[in-house]
Design a protein around this ligand. Structure first.
Ligand code: FES
Ligand code: MG
Length: 576
């Protein structure tokens, strides 16, 4: 391996020449209190920190960044913290997904326009992982991903609580009148009790596991709980390692290969991934020039057993247990034969080398292949006349009686309309009905909100029902569960067939054969299509306008058309 020397550093273009511009750059560094010795001839490492006081999952990043800087300095680099867009999952409306691409754009442009030789990306809450990684792939400098880590297990009155999943579960019980106000308040205070990301295998844990499996984190970093002292040590290690990566010129294109993307997909399936992973993984892979499709993911979903017994797809455990059981390295060790172990990683070693010595310490949490939680079924991709470009479902997270199901549709055009209906105790609905929500996709939502786990109508809850078949062009939270068909593409807002469905039409799901169809004859559908009128676009200005002009459909990863790797010419290096 040829090592870079100081004059080869990207930052040297800003700091080294004996000209007026570089004089300006150096004098401005001195304005900050640094001597030339601090920043010249050293890798300048941007630490992209997505901390904010409204990002509860990244609450520890304000201190953690100090550990990263310590590592960078020790290894002879020069760290600069760069605050980055903090896309949090809880408070961002209408949905954080509206801003994933904004973070990706910001990341790419901030890296490209500044004197950075390498970056540490600090993220973890759902959209921050793909947003940071997508942008950094396009920027192309060496990068290492620092996952926030999951929060501690929830706890109330001696009961373990899982992020999201138990909120939905106990909310249904509250609607059924089974929970007191006092208990509800106790659950509210106990379900999120430390810094860190949701501790179920929701979108955050899935996406950080994907980054880990792709070789973008230090090995196993994604499993370390946010408040574990090991998380601080890992952060300092990220700082030390990125400096070496700069000298080695270990850029993301050398890491994110087809094999690395496939590894990420296999690991996602084996962990019972969030359905959101599909959208993000496709977008990330495409940034790296790897054409990963829904069909590839379905094929892997069919043959990859789910071995992480972590809720919501697994039954019993949470991320803290997963860490104690050996974490992601142990899980990957179990499925080593199914991975491309020659894939390069940020350590400068292959995935196979990084897995040496990994062991499972609790084989009920991380199951052997001989005793999986499910033989297959983390994810299924459906096709049919309702979803010609695909739809996704999580077979493992729903009642198997819905795997083959036929029933009349009850169609809602908006979320408020649906919400009103489900609270109506006299709603005319049976457990065989199929609830449908449309105008909830990338453009319809807008921003592709997580509305896909439509609430079970009160009328059915009172009768004791807790699951039913639901279909939408929305996403759902990775912590959700149930018989929910999601990401119907093309979405109804752009005239996808879902727009033509009417209440009372019979819909048929045949999961084993991966079909989703409305049993309406073609002539009738053609007539409805001719009568269909496109809804008004929702945003007329600002980011929303830009988003609505350029976002691609779910099966394409919802990246902007002009940010895909094959679009136009890259900006190249800035003139200095
Ligand atoms: Fe941040 Fe769930 S809200 S990871
Ligand atoms: Mg989520």
């Amino acid at each position: 391996m040829t090592r870079k020397s100081p004059p080869d550093l990207r930052s040297a273009r800003w700091f080294s020449p004996d000209d007026l511009r570089s004089f300006g750059h150096r004098s401005r560094m001195m304005q900050l209190g640094y001597s030339e010795e601090d920043f010249r001839d050293r890798p300048v490492i941007g630490v992209l920190n997505t901390w904010s006081e409204l990002n509860t999952c990244h609450a520890h990043f304000k201190e953690r960044v100090q550990d990263v800087k310590r590592g960078v300095l020790q290894a002879g680099g020069f760290p600069v913290e760069m605050p980055s867009l903090s896309v949090d999952e809880s408070f961002t409306k209408p949905t954080s997904m509206l801003y994933r691409n904004m973070l990706a754009m910001e990341t790419e442009e901030m890296i490209r326009s500044h004197p950075l030789d390498g970056v540490v990306l600090m993220g973890g809450c759902d959209k921050t992982t793909p947003g940071l990684v997508m942008g950094a792939i396009s920027a192309g400098v060496p990068m290492i991903y620092l996952p926030a880590g999951p929060m501690l297990r929830g706890n109330y009155a001696g009961k373990i609580l899982g992020s999201g999943s138990d909120a939905w579960k106990y909310w249904d019980e509250r609607r059924a009148g089974n929970i007191t106000d006092e208990e509800w308040l106790g659950i509210q205070g106990g379900i999120a009790r430390s810094a860190g990301t949701c501790m179920t295998m929701g979108t955050a844990s899935t996406m950080t596991a994907i980054a880990d499996a792709m070789g973008l984190t230090l090995p196993g970093a994604s499993s370390i709980p946010a408040v574990d002292a090991g998380h601080q040590r890992m952060s300092a290690d990220c700082g030390r390692r990125i400096v070496e990566m700069v000298w080695e010129d270990l850029t993301p294109d050398k890491i994110i290969s087809e094999g690395a993307c496939r590894n990420a997909a296999v690991v996602a399936m084996a962990t019972g991934c969030s359905t959101n992973a599909v959208v993000h993984l496709i977008a990330m892979a495409r940034r790296a020039g790897v054409d990963l499709t829904l069909d590839h993911l379905d094929a892997l979903g069919r043959v990859t057993p789910l071995i992480a017994n972590v809720r919501p797809s697994g039954k019993d455990y949470l991320m803290e247990d997963f860490f104690y059981a050996g974490g992601l390295r142990a899980l990957m060790k179990q499925i080593e034969d199914r991975l491309d172990c020659s894939a390069m990683t940020v350590t400068g070693k292959t995935l196979g080398e990084n897995l040496e010595g990994a062991r499972v310490y609790n084989d009920d949490v991380i199951r052997p292949l001989s005793n999986p939680v499910y033989e297959e079924g983390s994810l299924a991709v459906l096709r049919g006349n309702l979803c010609p470009d695909g739809a996704v479902m999580k077979p493992a997270a729903c009642d198997p009686k819905f795997h083959v199901h036929q029933g009349p549709a009850l169609v809602f055009d908006s979320y408020p309309e649906m919400k009103k209906a489900v609270d109506d105790e006299n709603l005319d609905i049976t457990p065989d009905h199929i609830m449908v929500l449309r105008n909830a996709g990338p453009l319809g939502g807008p921003g592709f909100p997580e509305w896909g786990m439509l609430p079970i109508p009160k009328a059915l809850i009172k009768q004791g029902h807790r699951d039913m078949l639901r279909i939408s062009d929305a996403r759902m939270s990775g912590t959700s569960y149930g018989a929910c068909v999601l990401h119907v593409a093309p979405e109804s807002f752009v005239g996808g067939p879902l727009a033509l469905l009417e209440t009372g039409d019979i819909v048929r799901l045949d999961l084993p054969n991966r079909r989703l169809d409305m049993l309406v004859d073609e002539a009738e559908l053609a007539a409805r299509k001719a009568a269909w009128k496109a809804p008004e676009r929702r945003f007329e200005r600002g980011w929303g306008y830009m988003f609505s002009q350029h976002v691609t459909q779910a099966d394409q990863g919802c990246d902007f058309d002009f940010l895909q790797s094959d679009f136009g010419r890259t900006a190249g290096e800035p003139d200095i």
